[in-house]
Design a protein around this ligand. Structure first.
Ligand code: T1G
Length: 682
């Protein structure tokens, strides 16, 4: 028996069993690689004729240890492990269960056969980390499943079930029983080696290959890792395996050190971290099974859908029948569409809907463990509704508001139980957007905050905790970004130029297209309620547009004009005159702003606001801000987020550039000390 922790090799019933035990997900760290090579060597020396490779903790291997990517190590790389297994003179059978991802699947493919438990998930998610499979995946997978499927699996990050993997020939058998026993039994009948690397890539209809490539290469080019993966997968059919592996390793190492891969690694861990409460104190969790949503508008209906998808019992309450009926209609047509598009079976859809009760009877509220208010964004309206909720809800219920701007504290004080009030800020469409801002108001009890975070995780969202301050994290930073972009209109840019520059940076949409989509009147109404500091530079272009009834897409005119719902590429003469007049009023000689200039000022404004709110303790972690922007505001994943972007800049230059923003922002501009964003950075 050998034990090179975390790998153990021992003879069991005549079969050499290699067990990997590296909790929580058997990531293939350096010690695992060393241990595997040692165990295979020991097996080769042993009398056993066949071996089984299995993972403990109910999982096989979740791939290379991502923590190691930023570090150099002199030990064996994963391809060395794959080669040792392939070159072992005696067969090795992989016993698969749980996650078989990335390097874990490459190791499994190096084995001579694969027995999978029915709960196994197989995939090569490397491009989600801005890299490609680096231990043979781009050369072995096409040999086994062909080029089009290999492109779908690697570029589409498809995760296959055990049965799907069996159907495409990736695993030899699927079992419901103990997979180690099944694999040991199977292994006893394996007489010789059969290596995937010795197989040839099956001939495929070139049209199918083209179609697969087109699925992942769009106008304007796809991400570097995708483009590289497609090249290497196709080369598998042309080159001897060793030449293909050399090219793959070189590309893998190149991509791994890229800023894009670093950004995606940063986000991988930031998304894991934001799900964890900062406090360490053990808090008993409050059970939430029945949730009542007040308000059947767009947000209310979206929240109901994501609750039903998460199998909560849901009540939808409204003040009047008409509003209730339209909310119910919105929810039912969503599930109908899910069935029509094959995303859900009719049975699955009716199961979700069977947990829904739509009612006008506030007495029903007493059954709810959690009440989420999603009514009109007005403080007086919300306080009224909370008084009513407080009256009808059972004493142990948690009361939540979906406000996106208003003070949760002020809303809580309308009740007799402010300690049980929390903000749950969903993003539209609530059943799609993965972000949930958890607003921790002054009185909110710790057990309520804990319940909010647990609730967010149950909805499979990123529950980012924020202090109860104006605009929370997302809207506050977005406000600063949009304000800076409005400054640039007066300084010389047209809305389409600012939008194009930020889309070029990778934003899903430019700020003025977003403004038109969400409705200029909402921001206009909000501005009118805010006391303006005369020292603050204020751009009134939006106000002028609204005074002309140009509220955006919904009125077919805002910053842009819309014909049959289609946005005109360039702004109209009328809008340009409004913008030019705004420049004249401010005595600004308009000048052309380059894409770089626009991108820089927009990002600096985000970074500055991020540092300000970190100093005020509004966000708990700087990395949470990146999760907010990537999952709530269309910030490009491969840019990592505003904080990650800031950390790539020279700190002193960044601080100087932030100070430079003052010339645009007027006397009230507050330059932040950005050093806080670099704390705890890797
Ligand atoms: N490396 C290091 N840590 C990992 C890890 C990994 N590959 N996968 C998960 N963790 C940590 C995670 O940060 C968390 O830590 C804990 O494990 C539990 O994870 C050469 C180069 C496996 C489906 O991309 O998809 O192989 O927060 O909370 O919901 O070609 O984790 O507790 O401290 O997500 O049950 C490819 C990524 C690597 C798989 C489990 N592999 N992981 O989900 O738990 S690249 C991946 C996952 C590669 C080769 C290339 C999921 C999971 P902590 P969790 P979960």
């Amino acid at each position: 028996m050998v034990l090179i922790s975390p790998v153990q090799g021992q003879l069991k019933h005549g079969v050499y069993v290699i067990t990997l035990d590296n909790p929580p997900v058997n990531a293939i760290s350096i010690s695992v690689r060393r241990g595997l090579i040692f165990a295979v060597d020991d097996f080769e020396q042993s009398n056993a004729q066949v071996a089984v490779l299995v993972g403990s903790n109910g999982t096989f291997m979740a791939g290379a240890d991502i923590h190691e990517f930023g570090r150099t190590s002199d030990g064996p790389v994963l391809l060395d492990v794959v080669r040792v297994i392939e070159n072992c003179k005696k067969p090795i059978v992989a016993a698969l269960q749980g996650a078989v991802l990335g390097g874990g699947l490459e190791v499994a493919l190096a084995c001579d056969a694969r027995i999978a438990h029915v709960d196994t998930v197989l995939g090569l998610p490397e491009v989600s980390l801005g890299i490609i499979p680096g231990a043979g995946g781009t050369q072995l997978i096409p040999r086994r499943i062909g080029i089009p499927r290999a492109i779908d699996m690697i570029c589409g990050m498809q995760r296959l079930s055990a049965q799907e993997a069996k159907n495409v020939g990736l695993v030899d058998s699927v079992v419901c029983s103990d997979v180690l026993e099944a694999a040991t039994l199977f292994a006893k009948n394996v007489e010789h080696k059969s290596r995937v690397r010795d197989e040839l890539v099956p001939n495929e209809d070139p049209a199918l290959i083209d179609q697969a490539i087109k699925r992942y290469t769009k106008q304007g080019g796809s991400r570097p890792a995708i483009a590289k993966a497609i090249d290497l997968i196709q080369l598998a059919a042309k080159l001897p395996i060793e030449e293909g592996l050399v090219l793959e390793s070189a590309a893998f190492l190149e991509l791994r050190k890229s800023q894009e891969a670093q950004a995606l690694r940063h986000l991988f861990f930031a998304e894991k971290t934001c799900k964890k409460p900062l406090y360490t104190k053990e808090i008993s969790s409050i059970p939430i099974n029945t949730v009542c949503v007040i308000g059947a508008g767009t947000m209310g209906a979206g929240i109901v859908i994501c609750l039903l998808d998460a199998e909560f019992s849901v009540m939808l309450l409204e003040q009047n029948k008409e509003a209730l009926d339209s909310g119910e209609e919105r929810i039912f047509s969503h599930y109908q569409n899910q069935v029509e598009t094959g995303k859900l079976s009719p049975a699955e859809a009716s199961k979700c809907l069977s947990h829904l009760l739509c009612s006008l009877n506030w007495e029903e509220l007493a059954k709810a463990d959690l009440v989420i208010e999603a009514v009109y964004e007005d403080i007086l309206v919300k306080q009224d509704v909370f008084k009513k909720i407080d009256y009808f809800a059972n004493p142990n219920a948690i009361l939540a508001t979906n406000t996106s701007y208003l003070s949760v504290e002020k809303i809580a004080l309308a009740t007799t139980r402010p300690k049980r009030v929390i903000g749950l800020h969903f993003f539209s469409p609530a059943n799609v957007m993965k972000l949930l801002e958890i607003v921790n108001a002054k009185q909110t009890g710790l057990e309520i905050l804990h319940a909010g975070i647990a609730f967010g995780n149950r909805l499979n969202k990123y529950p980012v905790v924020t202090k109860d301050s104006f605009g929370f994290i997302g809207n506050r930073i977005y406000n600063a970004y949009r304000t800076q972009c409005e400054f640039m209109l007066e300084d010389g840019a047209w809305p389409e130029e600012v939008d194009a520059a930020l889309v070029d940076f990778g934003m899903a949409m430019g700020p003025f297209t977003v403004a038109d989509l969400s409705g200029l009147d909402i921001a206009w109404r909000m501005r009118k309620t805010q006391r303006r500091n005369p020292e603050t530079r204020y751009v009134d272009i939006l106000d002028t547009l609204c005074e002309l009834g140009r509220f955006g897409r919904k009125t077919s005119a805002g910053y842009y004009d819309y014909t049959n719902g289609k946005k005109q590429a360039n702004t109209s003469e009328l809008v340009r005159q409004i913008i030019e007049k705004a420049s004249q009023r401010r005595g600004i000689k308009r000048q052309t702003l380059s894409f770089k200039h626009i991108q820089n000022r927009a990002l600096l404004s985000m970074v500055n606001e991020a540092a300000l709110l970190m100093r005020e303790g509004v966000a708990q972690r700087a990395s949470d801000i990146d999760v907010v922007f990537v999952h709530g505001y269309g910030f490009p994943r491969w840019q990592g987020g505003p904080v990650f972007w800031a950390r790539q800049q020279d700190r002193q230059q960044l601080q100087d550039d932030i100070a430079g923003l003052a010339q645009h922002g007027g006397n009230s501009f507050v330059p932040a000390d950005v050093s806080i964003l670099f704390e705890n950075s890797p």
